[in-house]
Design a protein around this ligand. Structure first.
Ligand code: PHB
Length: 307
């Protein structure tokens, strides 16, 4: 959209695939800093990859833009981290408020057992309890190769008003299938989730079991604004699939880097980082702020329903 010049410099984007392996993320980041002398590191699909790389950002004074990972503690791992994705507490607290207002009193939580899942469980359960609700059980599945059958049986036996779920993007379709196959929807257990579970990119493959699922997130491809309509059309034309929350995190992350390069006249290190802090702009998701103190993103959370 903006050509390849920013802050008087020619921009080159170097793309590496870490395959979601934190040791690989760290090694690639080290090479990019030392050999390619990059001005910024960006991406970080999962929390362990972001945490493994944060010390490199600190040591080399390289701004590190976290576009996807969403555990709240990541921004505290290095003063050079800036986040354009979201945090699980943002999504989970909003959904707990909605649940209370919609007569959901008894819940079971089910999360992937690592950083973002632990955040989601803690903040959702805390807010439900504060609002007078009851958390009957807290269930966790492993990040790699989860088997949902045993936990879904426990949910069925507990018979809550609703099951709250966080799973990282990519696991939602398999989970939904098993939720339907085991008849939990027919048993009257409502499914509520963070938007990772009803990922825009996978929603069409989930079948009718997804209908009516209420989720909370910072982005939806259906978000009704001129900025989003333009983004979705351009993204689909370029990639032939629907943008999801990962897409908007990447898009806004590149915008933050681009704006900072222009504002700092092509600076590196701390000066480039400082130009990222406090940026305020309209994203396809809505208005956002990069908080200057925490370097985290401030944004609206939407309650969405699959139709
Ligand atoms: C992560 O921080 O590891 C993470 C969070 C949300 C997702 C996927 C990964 O949907």
């Amino acid at each position: 959209q903006n050509g390849n010049k920013a802050g008087g410099k020619t921009v080159e984007v170097i793309v590496k695939d870490d395959a979601g392996i934190p040791d690989t993320t760290r090694r690639l980041a080290q090479e990019l800093v030392v050999n390619d002398k990059v001005v910024a590191l960006a991406g970080f699909g999962i929390t362990p990859s972001a945490l493994a790389t944060a010390p490199i950002a600190t040591q080399s004074k390289t701004p590190m833009v976290v576009m996807a990972a969403a555990t709240s503690a990541i921004t505290a791992a290095s003063p050079y981290v800036v986040r354009t994705s979201f945090t699980l507490p943002q999504a989970a607290v909003g959904l707990a408020e909605w649940a209370t207002k919609n007569k959901i009193g008894k819940v079971v939580t089910l999360v992937a057992d690592y950083g973002p899942g632990n955040d989601a469980e803690k903040y959702f359960a805390e807010r439900m309890t504060l609002n007078g609700g009851k958390v009957l059980d807290k269930l966790r599945t492993p990040l790699r190769s989860p088997d949902f059958a045993p936990v879904l049986q426990k949910v069925r036996d507990a018979a809550p008003d609703a099951l709250f779920v966080f799973l990282p993007s990519g696991q939602g379709a398999q989970f939904m299938k098993q939720f339907g196959e085991r008849g939990l929807d027919k048993a009257g257990i409502r499914l509520i989730a963070t938007g990772d579970v009803t990922d825009d990119d996978q929603l069409n493959d989930m079948g009718d079991v997804a209908l009516g699922v209420v989720s909370s997130h910072h982005y939806s491809a259906a978000h009704d604004s001129p900025a989003n309509k333009k983004f979705v059309a351009a993204f689909e034309a370029a990639n032939k699939f629907r943008p999801n929350f990962m897409a908007v995190g990447g898009y806004d992350g590149m915008r933050v880097i681009y704006n900072a390069l222009n504002a700092s006249k092509g600076a590196r290190g701390e000066a480039l980082l400082n130009a990222m802090k406090g940026q305020l702009f309209e994203s396809p998701r809505g208005p956002v702020l990069i908080d200057a103190q925490t370097r985290d993103i401030v944004q609206d959370i939407y309650i969405r329903k699959v139709e």
